[in-house]
Ligand binder design. Structure first.
Ligand code: ADP
Length: 618
């Protein structure tokens, strides 16, 4: 036996020489069943081979045991085995490392399995305690509100009676810098205290002294420089610092820190998600989010209220089926939907659609998703049935008011022919010559036709605004009809009319409303020109838009007045000459059709109103 072997076993070589080794190296775990072939000596001698044993336990003279790895090689004399050499190695350190690695694996496993920190703490504290020479582990959590460390869990080795210390910890709170946990919070570094009882910073020393608590180790639980808490470990003996253990515990602290961070992020995400859901649910519009194949992926409360049977879910269903749209309306929506990803996805116009007996204003909007390059599509709908009703009434009453003005100014349109009809009828009564009678009669027919035309035009124009649906209309034709109406009014005088119409321009709109727009703008223009000047009407197509211009050579609109001309009841005209409603109604109707209206005016030279409507086709 060499000196190292003797030293490892705690004997003098002299004490062992000549003695049977097996009873000294192996503690008899069961005396009735001795170790079968200690050190594989018999085997080596018998078979002449080298034997390796990875995991065995030897006992020292003191009675302590330690793990060993040994190799037994036979000694031969003239090819005959006569003995063996045993070379052994103390593998305590390797075993400890394996143990620590195993514990680390368990910790990762626990963290991966649990969702909430509270559930993980008891198991974590036990595994951490058992991974080193610890008899107690405590978890200090940083309170988010009052910036204190509070003890939220304790594990005590069953053989220790340290509950009193755990109770004291549970009722303590430490600010940064106070006691060992507070110091670790401040420094963000691990702290190893060979004997806590000799450290003046230990505020819990009296209880610890009574219970025999000595060695201490504290580990920050952190992610980066953010501290989430502190692990505190105690043993019943003073312990000298173990760099490897500190390293492994620090790593564990970071793992727990990352877990807390993830859990907090998850909580924050869930809170944000809940808030978004609540927000969407409480918006005063119905909202749909759909996949590219038009299936509903999200529908808020109002969407369900409008379009789902009570208690039924709209999710996963095709959008158009849920909206129960007419074929034409669905086709129109699909067309808009298909163009949404084009150049300017954010500028989708507001449109209206009818679902059952309700009228909705809607708008598409793109929803960018990080997962796919393509937009998902959102749709928001407002129920405007009641608004529409009010607006229709307003439009209609404005129309009647302006008709009233026009009718009073054009009384002669009916009066003059009526007078002529009357005179000719009187003449016919006296007249004997059949040829003359025929001539008067044909004049009477002409005048009567004129009167009937006038009445027809006006009654057509006065028809209810809400009564007609959207149809395909020829813009140039409607402008000329509006000129015809305005001509019958009191202001037209000797105004020249110039037209600049491109190739046919068509809109999808309500005819009555578009007529009202054109008549109002032309009436304003002729009124401004006061009987002389040039009225220029233009209609042209520009890509997906129809541009309409109505220009006059009147005095222009003063810059100070311009910002207010679309306000309801704003007028610069004398009482009885204007209501101030014309342009506000024009604006309402144009935007209702997805269009825009702008005005250019130069003082003393004239005014141009420009309208843009979405074209029927490009
Ligand atoms: P009203 O014609 O009854 O006054 P409108 O809303 O149609 O009401 O017009 C508001 C105001 O805008 C008018 O009073 C007038 O001052 C100004 N305005 C509208 N069109 C023209 C125009 N072509 N030229 C000059 N001023 C105009």
């Amino acid at each position: 036996m060499n000196a190292t072997a003797a030293q490892m076993l705690g004997w003098n070589a002299a004490e062992l020489i000549g003695k049977p080794l097996a009873p000294l190296l192996y503690l008899p775990s069961d005396p009735a069943e001795p170790v079968s072939d200690p050190l594989c000596l018999s085997a080596a001698v018998r078979d002449g081979a080298v034997h390796r044993v990875q995991n065995d336990v030897f006992t020292r003279k003191s009675g302590d045991s330690f793990p060993v790895h040994y190799v037994t090689s036979p000694i031969r004399e003239q090819d005959r085995p006569v003995g063996a050499v045993v070379v052994f190695q103390d593998i305590t350190a390797r075993k400890q490392l394996e143990c620590l690695q195993q514990a680390q694996l368990s910790i990762s496993h626990i963290l991966a399995q649990t969702g909430a920190l509270e559930d993980a703490i008891p198991q974590l504290l036990r595994v951490i305690g058992e991974m080193g020479p610890w008899d107690m582990t405590l978890f200090w959590h940083k309170e988010p509100v009052n910036e204190r460390l509070a003890c939220e869990g304790a594990w005590i080795r069953p053989s220790c009676r340290w509950d009193e210390f755990a109770t004291i910890c549970r009722s303590s709170e430490f600010p940064p810098g106070m006691d060992f946990p507070g110091i670790v919070w401040s420094t963000k570094l691990p702290l190893w205290i060979p004997d806590a009882l000799t450290d003046a910073r230990f505020t819990r020393a009296p209880t610890a002294a009574r219970l025999g608590i000595h060695g201490a180790c504290l580990i920050p639980i952190r992610t980066g420089s953010v501290i989430h808490g502190v692990l505190e470990l105690y043993s019943d003996k003073p312990r000298s610092s173990d760099r490897q253990l500190i390293h492994i515990l620090t790593d564990t602290g970071m793992k727990i820190g990352q877990f807390i961070d993830r859990a907090q992020t998850g909580t924050a995400l869930r809170a944000t998600h809940r808030m978004t859901q609540n927000l969407l649910a409480s918006l005063p519009g119905a909202i749909f989010l759909c996949s590219r194949d038009l299936r509903i992926q999200y529908a808020n409360t109002l969407a369900h209220h409008y379009f789902a049977d009570a208690g039924a879910s709209l999710l996963g269903r095709p959008l158009f089926e849920c909206l129960a749209l007419s074929e034409v309306a669905a086709q129109q929506l699909i067309k808009e939907w298909a163009t949404l990803n084009a150049d300017s996805p954010h500028q989708t116009p507001e449109r209206e659609c009818q679902v059952a007996s309700r009228l909705y204003r809607y708008r598409f909007f793109p929803v960018a998703t990080p997962e796919t390059a393509q937009y998902q599509i959102g749709m928001v709908l407002w129920d405007v049935t009641d608004d529409k009703h009010l607006q229709d009434q307003l439009i209609q009453s404005e129309k009647l008011t302006s008709l009233g003005t026009m009718v009073s100014g054009m009384a002669h349109e009916i009066n003059n022919p009526a007078q002529a009809i009357l005179s000719m009828a009187e003449l016919i009564q006296e007249e004997k010559d059949p040829a003359m009678i025929k001539e008067f009669a044909s004049d009477i027919v002409g005048y009567a036709r004129h009167v009937s035309n006038v009445v027809r035009d006006f009654s057509g124009y006065a028809r209810s605004a809400g009564g007609d649906g959207a149809t395909e209309i020829d813009v140039a034709e409607r402008l000329m009809e509006a000129v015809k109406m305005a001509r019958r009014g009191p202001h037209f005088g000797y105004v020249d009319v110039v037209t600049r119409f491109d190739a046919p321009t068509f809109l999808r709109a309500r005819k009555g409303e578009i007529d009202q727009v054109f008549v109002n703008l032309i009436n304003n223009a002729t009124q401004a020109m006061n009987g002389t000047g040039r009225l220029t009407l233009g209609a042209a197509q520009d890509g997906g838009w129809i541009d309409v211009t109505i220009s006059d050579t009147g005095p222009g609109i003063p810059a100070s007045v311009r910002p207010r001309i679309f306000d309801p009841f704003f007028t610069t005209k004398a009482p009885g000459k204007g209501t101030g409603l014309g342009l506000s109604i024009v604006h309402k109707i144009v935007t209702r059709h997805g269009g825009t209206i702008t005005v250019d005016s130069i003082d003393g030279q004239g005014t141009t109103f420009r309208l843009r409507f979405p074209a029927l086709s490009q």
